[in-house]
Write a protein that binds this ligand. Structure first.
Ligand SMILES: C[S@@+](CC[C@H](N)C(=O)[O-])C[C@H]1O[C@@H](n2cnc3c(N)ncnc32)[C@H](O)[C@@H]1O
Length: 280
């Protein structure tokens, strides 16, 4: 039986937020692709490794891990049924046979003890109500000495290019719907490095380094505005407002699309070699 303790996030990721991510999977990938190299360089997956991908979503990073662990396997865990369906479809289409998916709340799921050599996550570990408990649970799932590598957003805000570029959307359209607001609030929960260190108590070799990325929001300004507005379908947007939004993104258009500079933390840590089996 599946136990979810993060019920607010389970509702959002099985509702409008998860459906939007599943429907626009390629677009969300384009926002995050830039961090893949740094994440997998840090994870150093070896051919026979068993890899766990936490908050795997549509499984892009699970499939990268599975390709790297060609003689091992990768397991993606996620709380969102629609995103896991998408992950399974894409895994079958790409003919990857060593990647599987588990629908569960990673904070409390009974992972096999010492069942993995590496844990990765591309933005899937910020949504826990109790991060310290979640990372203790994940530590028990790793082999002693095993590696954790994840990325999570740095503080957003008016000083960042993304913050400046998307400022008008908040000003002209108001706040997002409650599910999106809950997901966005959780997304920022690990933006403070001191907090990351605190919730990784019991891990060793904790390192936090900045990685910048160019997030591609659309082919051009009109396409990017369509995507952003599609997060709140049914909201009336007067033509004049729409024009202002498109104009605000025009300076970021390039041959490669509308690119906004963002920044994440790359976090790495190890389960201590001499950790007790239960990790406490
Ligand atoms: C920002 S998305 C990232 C998805 C994916 N890692 C990617 O890079 O495309 C966050 C993911 O974390 C998942 N998630 C949120 N809370 C979770 C939990 N408690 N346990 C497992 N997955 C969770 C969401 O369903 C969602 O798929």
């Amino acid at each position: 039986m599946t136990t979810f303790v993060n019920t607010r996030q389970a509702q959002a990721w099985n509702g409008s937020v998860g459906l939007h991510w599943a429907t626009h999977q390629q677009r969300y990938d384009a926002l995050l692709t830039d961090v893949n190299d740094a994440l997998f360089a840090a994870a150093a997956v070896r051919p026979a490794d068993r890899v766990l991908d936490v908050g795997c979503g549509a499984g892009t990073t699970t499939r990268i891990a599975a390709r790297l662990a060609a003689r091992g396997h990768a397991v993606g865990v996620d709380i969102s049924a629609p995103l896991l369906r998408r992950a399974q479809e894409l895994t079958a289409a790409e003919k990857i046979h060593n990647a599987t998916y588990t629908e569960a709340d990673a904070q409390v799921h009974a992972f096999p003890s010492c069942g993995y050599d590496v844990i990765v996550s591309r933005g899937g570990v910020m949504f826990f109500a109790d991060h310290a408990a979640a990372f203790r649970n994940l530590r028990r799932a790793l082999m002693p000495g095993g590696r954790l590598a994840f990325v999570c957003p740095q503080p957003a805000g008016p000083g960042t290019e993304e913050g400046q570029a998307l400022r008008l959307f908040g000003e002209l359209l108001g706040g997002p719907d409650p599910d999106t607001a809950a997901a966005l609030a959780a997304m920022a929960s690990l933006s403070d490095p001191d907090r990351i260190r605190a919730v990784l108590e019991g891990w060793e070799n904790v390192e936090i380094s900045p990685v910048s990325l160019d997030a591609v929001w659309g082919r051009d300004a009109a396409d990017a505005v369509d995507f952003i507005l599609s997060r709140s379908p049914g909201r009336p947007v007067p033509a004049g407002t729409r024009t202002m939004l498109e104009d605000s993104l025009r300076p970021y258009e390039s041959r490669l699309g509308v690119r906004l500079r963002g920044a994440v933390w790359l976090v790495t840590a190890n389960r201590p070699v001499r950790d007790k089996p239960d990790g406490d």
